[in-house]
Design a binder for this molecule. Structure first.
Ligand SMILES: *[C@@H]1O[C@H](CO)[C@@H](O)[C@H](O)[C@H]1NC(C)=O
Ligand SMILES: *[C@@H]1O[C@H](CO)[C@@H](O)[C@H](O)[C@H]1NC(C)=O
Ligand SMILES: *[C@@H]1O[C@H](CO)[C@@H](O)[C@H](O)[C@H]1NC(C)=O
Ligand SMILES: *[C@@H]1O[C@H](CO)[C@@H](O)[C@H](O)[C@H]1NC(C)=O
Ligand SMILES: *[C@@H]1O[C@H](CO)[C@@H](O)[C@H](O)[C@H]1NC(C)=O
Length: 399
C-alpha cells in the first residue's frame, strides 16, 4: 500500500537530475508545464472543490462540522504504531506518563471544542485578514510547496530547490512552489526569483507584533502556513530549507488525504514538556504534565490537507499563538534555543514546534499516531547540506 517497493530508483533519479541540469533554463519550463515523468497524479475529489469555492472561509464553521471531519479521520484504519502511554517518568528525556492534576480529557469532542472556543487560541477578524493578505499574490493551486529563507540559509535553500527541481517536480505534476523572503539580500532575492521556478513573497513583518521581526522566534512559520493554505485546493507541504524529499513522499501525501495531517516524529525525541517554556503552557491554560506523554514532533516539515478541521482546529490556533509573544516567544529567544542541558522541565524552547506539538497532542491525544508518517524514509533532514553554486550554475547552461 505504501509503494515501498515501487520506487527503487534513486540512482536512476540522480542520473535524470544530472541530465536535467543540462540546459535547465529551457527544460525548467518544460518540466513545469508538462507531466512527462509523472507516475502518479493527484485526483481531486468532487467534494473538495465544492467546499473550496469560497476563499477566506474560516470564521463560521460550527463545532458539529469540524467534529464530523475529525471523527472521519479517527474512523479510518491506521497502520502507524500506537504510542505507549504507560511509560512512567524517570531520568530519561523521553515521553512518559505521570500523575497530573489536569490531564488531557479522554473526550475528543470536548478537547476539540476547548481548542476552538479558547479566546487565547482564536484569531480575530483583523488578525485573520492581516494573515490572509500575505497570500494575495499566490495563485490558487491544487498542491503548494511552501518554504521560507533568510540570507544565512541561502545556500541550504539552493540545495532545497535542487531537490525540488530534480525529485519533486518530476514526481508531482503542476505544483506551485512559494518561498517567503524573511531576510534575503537583494542579490540573493533576485537570483532566487530568476531560478527557483517559484513565487517569492516578501514577509511583511511590520504588519505584525514586534517579535515577528525576530526570525528565531519562528512566529513567521504558522503565519505563512495559514496564509498559504488559503490558496491551496488540496494539499499544502511546508518545508524548512533543510528538507530533502524522496519518492516516498507520494505515499505520505496520500496518507494526508486520509488523516488530514502528516508529520515526522521519532519516539526517541524528548517529551514536549522538557522543550517548552512554562509561559506557553500558561497561555494555553494547560499543565506541563499533561503533555509529558508526547514526544516532540518535527515542525521543520508538515503536510496539511485543505480541510476545515485542519484549518480551524490546528492552523488558526497555531497562528494565534504565533501572534502572541507571550505564547510563542516569551523570553529572549537566543537564551532558550539550546536544549543541550540536563533533563529538566522547560530546559529549552522550540517556539513553533512547541506550540504545534501542544495543539496536535490536545486535539489527538491517544490517537496521535494517525498524524505521523510510518517509519519508512520519505525525507532527509540535512541541516549541513548546502549548494552555494546551484543558482549560478543555472545562469550558464552547458551546451
Ligand atoms: C509500554 O511501556 C511499558 C513500560 O515500559 C511496557 O511494559 C509495555 O510493554 C509497553 N507497551 C507497548 C505496547 O509497547
Ligand atoms: C482516561 O482514560 C484512562 C484509561 O481508561 C484513565 O486511566 C484516565 O484516568 C482517563 N483520564 C481522564 C482525564 O479521565
Ligand atoms: C494546473 O494548475 C493550474 C493552476 O493552479 C490549474 O488551473 C490547472 O487546472 C492545473 N492543471 C492540472 C492538469 O491539474
Ligand atoms: C494513493 O492512494 C490511492 C488510493 O488509495 C492508491 O490507489 C495509490 O496507489 C496510492 N499511491 C501511492 C503512491 O501510495
Ligand atoms: C490566556 O493567556 C494568558 C496569558 O498567558 C493567561 O494568563 C490566561 O490564563 C490564558 N487564558 C486561558 C483561558 O487559558
Amino acid at each position: 500500500m505504501h509503494c515501498n517497493k515501487v520506487f527503487n530508483t534513486r540512482i536512476c533519479l540522480r542520473a535524470l537530475a544530472v541530465s536535467l541540469l543540462t540546459g535547465l533554463a529551457v527544460l525548467g519550463y518544460l518540466v513545469k508545464n508538462t507531466t512527462l515523468i509523472s507516475t502518479w497524479s493527484y485526483q481531486a475529489k468532487e467534494e473538495d472543490s465544492r467546499v473550496w469555492t469560497t476563499q477566506s472561509a474560516g470564521t463560521d464553521w460550527t463545532l458539529k462540522e469540524l467534529w464530523t471531519n475529525f471523527k472521519n479521520i479517527l474512523n479510518q484504519p491506521c497502520d502507524s504504531p500506537v504510542a505507549n502511554f504507560s511509560q512512567t517518568c524517570g531520568k530519561e528525556a523521553s515521553a512518559c506518563t505521570r500523575d497530573c492534576i489536569r490531564p488531557l480529557s479522554n473526550n475528543t469532542e470536548k478537547r476539540l471544542n476547548d481548542v476552538i472556543t479558547s479566546p487565547n487560541l482564536t484569531l480575530s477578524k483583523q488578525q485573520r485578514d492581516a494573515i490572509l493578505s500575505l497570500s494575495e499574490s499566490i495563485p490558487e493551486s491544487d498542491v503548494i510547496f511552501l518554504s521560507a529563507s533568510s540570507s544565512n540559509h541561502y545556500d541550504e535553500m539552493q540545495a532545497m530547490f535542487h531537490n525540488l527541481h530534480t525529485v519533486v517536480f518530476p514526481l508531482i505534476p503542476n505544483i506551485t512552489v512559494v518561498l517567503f523572503d524573511i531576510g534575503l539580500t537583494e542579490d540573493q532575492r533576485r537570483k532566487t526569483e530568476l531560478h527557483c521556478r517559484c513565487h517569492v513573497v516578501r514577509f511583511p513583518a511590520e504588519k505584525f507584533p514586534p517579535h515577528m521581526k525576530t526570525n528565531i522566534c519562528y512566529s513567521w512559520k504558522p503565519v505563512i502556513v495559514r496564509a498559504t493554505m488559503d490558496k491551496v485546493r488540496q494539499i499544502l507541504v511546508y518545508q524548512d530549507a533543510s528538507i530533502r524529499w524522496d519518492q516516498q513522499l507520494l505515499a505520505v501525501i496520500n496518507r494526508t488525504r486520509t488523516f488530514g495531517l502528516q508529520f515526522h516524529r521519532n519516539d526517541y525525541l524528548s517529551r514536549i514538556s522538557l522543550h517548552t517554556l512554562k509561559q506557553t503552557f500558561n497561555y494555553f491554560g494547560e499543565e506541563p504534565c499533561a503533555f509529558s506523554p508526547f514526544p516532540e514532533l518535527e515542525a521543520n516539515n508538515g503536510i496539511y490537507k485543505k480541510d476545515p478541521f485542519v484549518i480551524r482546529g490546528l492552523l488558526e490556533p497555531w497562528a494565534r499563538c504565533a501572534l502572541e509573544a507571550s505564547c510563542m516567544c516569551p523570553v529572549d529567544p537566543g537564551s532558550v534555543l539550546s536544549c543541550n542541558k540536563p533533563v529538566a522541565e522547560h530546559r529549552c524552547h522550540r517556539f513553533d514546534q512547541s506550540a504545534l506539538g501542544m495543539i496536535t497532542a490536545k486535539l489527538f491525544n491517544k490517537d496521535i499516531n494517525r498524524i505521523f508518517a510510518p517509519s519508512y524514509k520519505y525525507l532527509d533532514i540535512r541541516r549541513d547540506h548546502r549548494m552555494a553554486n546551484y543558482f549560478n550554475s543555472l545562469d550558464k547552461p552547458k551546451v
